[in-house]
Design a binder for this molecule. Structure first.
Ligand code: GLU
Length: 441
């Protein structure tokens, strides 16, 4: 345990939290949790024209949903605040003057530029290895602007100042920043500060090899929240974008990932984003999670849809029987709606096929009589009664099963028929069978 580790996620709130940003946050969080260090959230909102309050909110919401709680930052505070760059003007001025007084800056068209020492800059990146950058040629590596003519600060400068001021030990960020790093190292040196250790994590590519963009399907974390993925599944999937336990396992508990995760174990090669795989992983998580967890994750969707489920005690057994086939939590309200109203809709096609055939409605009435007379009411007893009735009457099981399913749910597909009837209870099942027989007579 190295409790000196300080890492940060430093998003610019200019769009939605996307998979790349979430993965960067996750790897920082994992490293902090692995080492017992501190995970900081810093909002890099110097670009006033492009920042939005919604984008900042999407960052908070996304990180919370993923379970990536920060130790210092907005709402949390900390010794190195404020954690919004827009509120750190005095600090930047101090560092700006330090650079200016030491002769590192010059004015150009109203903007301030940093005079590169024009040297080779060596980087020992924890993921990418040893790299030497040749910054001697001003044609290929022009001096960077650090302050705009309007007084606004440029990313390179404030990013470095904050990483110094906030005591970052490691900078873990996307490989798209690798080319910025030598310029940042020059700034650290000019400010007399020791650069942190860098770990540039691989780019995320689409399956066709193109760089994943914010517009690609599956890119926005908000989309996963809305569709109702299990956050633990998305986190697990994101962990595998550049990291793996090296033993072919894919479904791994986050506690174990925290234990196994380390920066030198991050892959150097690009990571391929595969939404199908993420979907598969999500179904695995939904299938195997505890009924309590499934309930907890489903409830907001059910409440939002206004399903009149009554009590939690009435809802839980219903959720228990639909959990198995649920692919997204946003499907849950529709999949359970018929349990909580006697006014459920009938699928037209299913009615044509299963109810409007000779004898179907009589079968329902006979089954209703049998059920009414039965003592026990479990999935097993309900099944046994149905099959015994079919056998006795000389019907095929399916000739009774199909109309029964449509009668009690209005639909041709759903959870296990016998469990469905068990949960509905004897009275409601019998009433639904009789009501259906009358309705389509
Ligand atoms: N605000 C920068 C970004 O969102 C931060 C880069 C960094 O992590 O240093 O890309």
């Amino acid at each position: 345990m190295n409790s000196n580790v300080r890492v940060r996620f430093a998003p610019s709130p200019t769009g939605y939290l996307h998979v790349g940003g979430a993965r960067t946050a996750l790897f920082n969080w994992l490293y902090a949790r692995h080492t017992g260090g501190t995970f900081i959230l810093r909002i890099e909102d110097t670009d006033k024209a492009r920042n939005t309050a919604e984008a900042t909110q999407a960052i908070y919401d996304g990180l919370k949903w993923l379970g990536l709680g920060w130790d210092e930052g907005p709402f949390k505070g900390g010794d190195c605040g404020p954690y919004f760059q827009s509120e750190r003007e005095e600090i930047y001025l101090r560092y700006f003057n330090q650079l200016k007084d030491a002769g590192h800056l010059y004015e150009h068209g109203g903007a301030w530029r940093f005079r590169s020492p024009r040297e080779m800059v060596a980087l020992d990146d924890l993921v990418c290895g040893h790299i030497e950058f040749d910054l001697t040629n001003p044609e290929t590596h022009p001096d960077i602007t650090i302050r705009r003519p309007d007084g606004g600060w440029i990313f390179h400068f404030v990013n470095v100042v904050d990483d110094i001021e906030m005591g970052m030990t490691h900078v873990i960020r996307g490989e798209d920043h690798l080319s910025n790093t030598p310029k940042h190292i020059e700034l650290y040196k000019a400010l007399g500060a020791k650069p942190p250790q860098f770990a540039h994590i691989p780019l995320i590519l689409n399956r066709d090899g193109s760089k994943m963009s914010k517009r690609d399907q599956g890119a926005a974390i908000g989309g996963y929240m809305e569709l109702g993925y299990a956050p633990e599944a998305v986190v697990n999937y994101l962990c595998l974008l550049g990291w793996s336990p090296k033993d072919n396992r894919e479904i791994i508990d986050i506690k174990e990932i925290i234990e196994l995760f380390d920066l030198p174990k991050i892959n150097h090669s690009n990571a391929a984003f595969d939404l199908d795989k993420c979907n598969w992983m999500n179904t695995q998580y939904l299938l195997h999670m505890s009924p309590e967890r499934f309930f907890e994750l489903s409830l907001p969707f059910i409440q939002k849809a206004g399903i009149p489920y009554g009590t939690e005690a009435a809802l839980k057994p219903v959720l228990a029987i639909i959990q198995e086939k649920t692919k997204l939590l946003s499907e849950v309200p529709d999949r359970i709606s018929f349990f909580f109203t006697e006014d459920y809709a009938f699928e037209e096609e299913a009615v044509e096929k299963a109810l409007k055939v000779p004898g179907a409605l009589e079968k329902l009435t006979i089954l209703a009589d049998r059920y009414e007379a039965s003592e026990a009411w479990t999935a097993e007893s309900v099944e046994a009664t149905l099959k015994a009735t079919a056998a006795e009457m000389g019907w095929k099981n399916k000739e009774l099963i199909h109309p029964t399913r449509i009668a009690v749910s209005g639909r041709s597909v759903g959870p296990s028929l016998y469990h469905m009837m068990e949960v509905l209870g004897k009275e409601r099942t019998v009433a639904r069978l009789r009501k259906t027989a009358e309705k389509f007579a």
